[in-house]
Ligand binder design. Structure first.
Ligand code: ZN
Length: 690
């Protein structure tokens, strides 16, 4: 592993920040970031670091202090805000206590913060406080875990490091680990580091460079030790990735449906997951090896990972047999829970977060795309380390079930999970057609604001691109652009495939794409009528049937909303093509509500009156029909908008957000309703659905 320390860069960094933070903290941040750059050292909030320095309190007194990385903050992007300061002497005094449970420990840590608003320091804070050195670095490095997580690992580590590095058997992180680390260090203060079995590496030093350099050197020696023991005849078989991806597309919705966890709430009966698959040559090779299941159905590399990936992955030997494989996983998870749980525990959902499917890939799942991607990164690392151990001809040895349970149901973790109230549509996936228009954009925005993952679909072009670029600024990976022409059933199927590749399935479809045309029946050209019927009727049919098939395969219900129009109930003169084709699409949606209800797929309609724009986005439909409407009524643009506002009972201007609110009413399942229409028109007695 490369030693990235640069004396000049470190000095520059410290000087640059000298106005706001002291030199110790600046160097702590500099070297933490160096550690964070190395994904084989730390991943997603893993690892932690600290520095002992001084703190000037409000009385102007200098107090001995320790600054420790806050839990959940990443080393790679660490700033002073992620390094809360604590009263060092008071933490050190805790060493004299015999036992301290986790809740008491966190209370002590929080009570000794200098800033009551500061984030909570790592659960390994006391470990840092009890070690005397000024700088402490701690990681869960791949190479260290490769040696500490194999049978006779301790022997190997002794062979690799002799007396220079202290080796400590696994102890549950918290107070007892902190005490054991301090005791082991006191016995051998000239050691350069300490390896915690099935956990990671600690190094120290009186300056930041020494602690960091020792860390990199120990990891490098472990890497070399492993390299020299690798079996050279590695499988280099190349797999057909395209076939694996094709298979994945076919089975992902079914797998996602099986993973969905029952909620006991009849209105929203499932907690859904977002999938993120690993489909590459390396994982397909690992999955294809003899006894791969024995090798991979083993505990995580370090207890940190448990909360993300659960104790074990699921194994789906036959992709035709997903349901029984997941059912049997859930059963054995419950067995493990019942064996180890005490009264105060309540079980998490029983679904695996990682499913291994030979010939397809390793499918990772999380509550949203961010979490699914974290699970994917941790799983990639886990596969690699377990594979390296196998290539050394050794056997994997992870935590015991009891140790895993203690960490998975760590009270602090559980309290954190229990207190998080996810947004209404977290874990849900929606597709919006005609997204680049005013109403479509408004619906995308509201779905995203409620935690949904949104595929914004429309014809390819700058309108769609600029909308998604806008939305990505706020919602990042939860929104994607999918180019799609609703008039082609093939294009609709392909778009569904792209959404499945991205997130694993679909829960909500908003059929919003539509065209309008102003013309009397006397002058109507068949081509113009057909242009509208292609989009408004066939487009609706294509999306209804494609989404219906996926929702049925998933088996966890779903919601389809057709953006209808007040013209279905109160058609307008010279608006025949639009009114008639929208009436047909409305009828199709009502029929879908009859056909799909048995699968808890609800199909409802929202019927707005004219919506002209959404923020800076103008309605495409009004761009087309507006000028004719203005001409017919002798009005300008503002006059036309006022005309529509004044014709309703409430004198309300109808906005895209109003339409989106009606959509939300249905998709968040506020009432058991299907086949119904909500008018969003300010009150038009002629257009009241009946
Ligand atoms: Zn750790």
């Amino acid at each position: 592993m490369k030693n990235r320390w640069s004396k000049s860069a470190a000095t520059r960094f410290a000087n640059k920040h000298s106005h706001s933070i002291n030199r110790d903290i600046a160097l702590r941040i500099y070297s933490s970031q160096l550690q964070g750059m190395e994904s084989s050292l730390v991943l997603h909030g893993g690892g932690n670091s600290s520095v002992k320095s001084s703190y000037k309190n409000i009385l102007g007194q200098n107090i001995d202090a320790i600054f420790i990385k806050a839990s959940g903050h990443d080393l790679a992007t660490l700033t002073a805000a992620g390094l809360p300061g604590l009263h060092l002497a008071r933490l050190q005094e805790l060493q004299s206590i015999k036992t301290l449970d986790d809740a008491q420990m966190v209370n002590q840590i929080r009570c000794n913060l200098f800033d009551s608003q500061a984030p909570t320091p790592s659960i390994e804070a006391l470990l840092h406080a009890f070690l005397p050195a000024k700088f402490i670095d701690h990681s869960h490095a791949d190479a260290i875990l490769t040696l500490s997580n194999q049978k006779n690992g301790e022997e190997k580590l002794k062979k690799a490091f002799g007396d220079e590095v202290i080796i400590l058997p696994y102890i549950h992180p918290g107070f007892s680990l902190a005490k054991a680390v301090a005791k082991a260090y006191a016995k051998k203060p000239d050691a350069t580091g300490m390896i915690l079995m099935q956990h990671g590496l600690i190094t120290w030093g009186d300056d930041a460079m020494v602690a960091y350099t020792n860390h990199i050197e120990i990891v490098t020696r472990a890497e070399v030790f492993i390299q020299n023991r690798l079996n050279s005849k590695k499988s280099k078989k190349s797999n057909n990735i395209a076939t694996a991806k094709k298979r994945y597309r076919k089975l992902a919705p079914q797998l996602r449906g099986q993973l969905a966890a029952p909620t006991n709430n009849p209105d929203t009966p499932y907690k859904r997951f977002i999938l993120s698959p690993i489909i590459d040559n390396e994982s397909l090779n690992i999955l294809a090896q003899d006894r791969a299941d024995k090798r991979l159905l083993t505990p995580p590399l370090t207890s940190d990972h448990l909360i993300r990936i659960k104790p074990l992955p699921a194994w789906i030997a036959d992709s035709e047999q997903i349901a029984p494989a997941i059912a049997s996983y859930k059963k054995s998870y419950l067995k493990y829970f019942n064996k180890h749980s005490k009264k105060h525990h309540s079980s998490y959902d029983q679904s695996p977060r990682v499913s291994c499917i030979p010939g397809v890939g390793v499918v990772c799942a999380g509550a949203d795309v961010g979490e699914a991607n974290i699970v994917r990164d941790i799983t990639k690392q886990t596969l690699q380390v377990k594979n390296t151990i196998a290539n050394m001809g050794e056997k994997y040895s992870g935590l015991s079930d009891a140790d895993m349970f203690a960490m998975e149901y760590y009270p602090l973790q559980q309290a954190k999970l229990d207190s998080e109230q996810p947004p209404a549509l977290a874990g849900s996936i929606a597709m919006v057609t005609g997204a680049a228009g005013a109403i479509g954009a408004g619906i995308c925005r509201e779905l995203l604001a409620n935690g949904c993952h949104v595929a914004a679909t429309d014809l390819p072009g700058p309108h769609l691109d600029s909308l998604v670029a806008d939305l990505k600024e706020q919602y990042q990976d939860r929104v994607i652009a999918v180019a799609m022409d609703v008039t082609s059933s093939k294009a609709v199927d392909e778009a569904m495939g792209e959404i499945i590749d991205e997130w694993g399935g679909l829960d909500i479809a908003i059929i919003n794409a539509g065209l309008a045309h102003v013309c009397s029946l006397n002058d109507m050209k068949t081509e113009d009528f057909n242009r509208l019927q292609k989009v408004n009727i066939e487009g609706t049919l294509n999306v209804l049937s494609a989404t219906g098939r996926i929702l049925k395969m998933q088996g966890t219900g779903g919601d389809i909303i057709l953006i209808s129009t007040k013209n279905v109930f109160a058609p307008g003169a010279n608006f025949g093509a639009y009114s008639a084709t929208k009436a047909a699409s409305h009828q199709l949606a009502r029929i879908a509500s009859l056909e799909m209800a048995g699968d808890d797929i609800r199909v409802n309609m929202v019927a707005p009156d004219a919506v002209f724009s959404e923020g800076k986005r103008k309605s495409g439909l009004w761009a087309e029909v507006g000028p004719d409407r203005m001409k017919a009524r002798g009005l300008d643009e503002a006059g036309l908008e006022a005309y529509y506002q004044n014709r309703n009972l409430l004198k309300a201007a109808v906005t895209a957000k109003h339409v989106a609110n009606a959509v939300l009413y249905f998709v968040t399942r506020q009432s058991p309703t299907t086949g119904a229409t909500i008018p969003v028109d300010g009150g038009l007695p002629d257009a009241t659905p009946r």
